[in-house]
Ligand binder design. Structure first.
Ligand code: CP
Length: 334
């Protein structure tokens, strides 16, 4: 197990010797950036989750702050709207004692036509340490990371990946169900346009979950089966043996083909209702990355119901983002 900062010291008394005396290889974080879960090993995903666990302990203390990133500056560079991701990255940076600057498209020189790379280079020239970027173009975070020496963290790029969302989803699942390996997880909704779905698929399959995606067939992207998931358009099948469901937002702001005649039609066919949940496992975990379209992806009763962990996901986002900011700023040479 990697030595974690700020974790409680283990009890020395009555400690049993480990059954397996083989020394475990220490996992070292070597990446200056976090672009997607596709590019992480199982061990690197575990390292983030382990650090998040330690940082969650910090967040439970009366003084929810550590000096780890004192003197560092994190810039949130957001080309798309956000409530959860931007706020929790800001909170995460502040809990680590970093300085934080928020840049939104509407009030920056992006409006005057400055390119992403030029914006990044100018921020680098201002001697900042991390750019957290959200962008409508798939690949924007990769482009920025290649152009800069400072750390780049992907806060969602087009339809590509939203790695910290998947990490907080996985963290929440593991907290609730004690493991990931062998769990049946259904991801339901607009798979084709979802960066959350892609990051979850990469992360969950790497950690050994059985993943099913469920969507109208027009919203199932080609090649998705090759990622090791089962595909269905039958919501009852997706719910039947699921230990957890991750219900995706319908992205009405993005261009897409008419996959269904109306929001009401979608809700009738794919919406998660209390009635539908009665046929699922009693303790099924209901997740949603937010923001929710109540009455489209799920009913208000389900969103606020006893199976829902939606707000716990949001809370866990701070610990995950603290872990990511810590690791990318302390990357060792590989
Ligand atoms: N889940 C998520 O990315 O939410 P925001 O768009 O509010 O950041």
């Amino acid at each position: 197990m990697t030595k974690l900062l700020y974790a409680k010291k283990p009890e020395a008394k009555n400690k049993m010797p480990p059954k397996d005396n083989k020394a475990k290889k220490e996992i070292i974080w070597t990446k200056k950036d976090l672009i997607g879960l596709e590019y992480l090993s199982i061990e690197e995903i575990r390292l983030i989750l382990d650090h998040a666990k330690s940082f969650k302990e910090v967040l439970a203390r009366p003084l929810r702050k550590v000096p780890t990133l004192r003197g560092k500056t994190v810039v949130n560079l957001f080309y798309e709207p956000s409530t959860r991701t931007r706020t929790s990255f800001e909170l995460a940076a502040k809990r680590l004692s970093a300085d934080v600057i928020n840049i939104v498209k509407e009030s920056s020189s992006i409006q005057k036509g400055e390119t992403l790379i030029d914006t990044g280079r100018n921020l680098e020239a201002l001697k900042i340490d991390v750019i957290v970027v959200r962008h409508n173009a798939s690949g924007a975070a990769t482009t920025l990371s290649r152009a800069l020496n400072i750390s780049v963290v992907n806060a969602g790029d087009g339809w590509h990946e939203h790695p910290t969302q998947a990490l907080l989803d996985i963290f929440t699942l593991e907290e609730k169900l004690g493991k990931i390996k062998g769990l049946n997880i259904s991801i339901i909704g607009d798979i084709a346009h979802s960066r959350v779905a892609r990051s979850n698929i990469w992360g969950l399959t790497k950690l050994g979950a059985n993943v099913t995606v469920c969507a109208p067939k027009e919203l199932v992207p080609p090649g998705i089966k090759e990622l090791g998931v089962k595909v269905t358009s039958d919501i009852d099948e997706a719910l039947k043996d699921a230990d957890a469901i991750n219900v995706l937002r319908m992205q009405f702001e993005r261009d897409k083909p008419d996959a269904f005649p109306s929001k009401l039609e979608y809700f009738r066919t794919f919406g998660i209702t209390e009635e539908r949940l009665k046929k699922a496992k009693k303790n099924i975990v209901v997740m949603h990355p937010g923001p929710i379209n109540r009455g489209v992806e799920m009913s208000g009763e389900v969103a606020d119901g006893i199976n829902s962990v939606i707000l716990e996901q949001v809370t866990n986002g701070i610990a995950i983002r603290m872990a990511v900011l810590y690791l990318v700023t302390h990357a060792k040479k590989g």
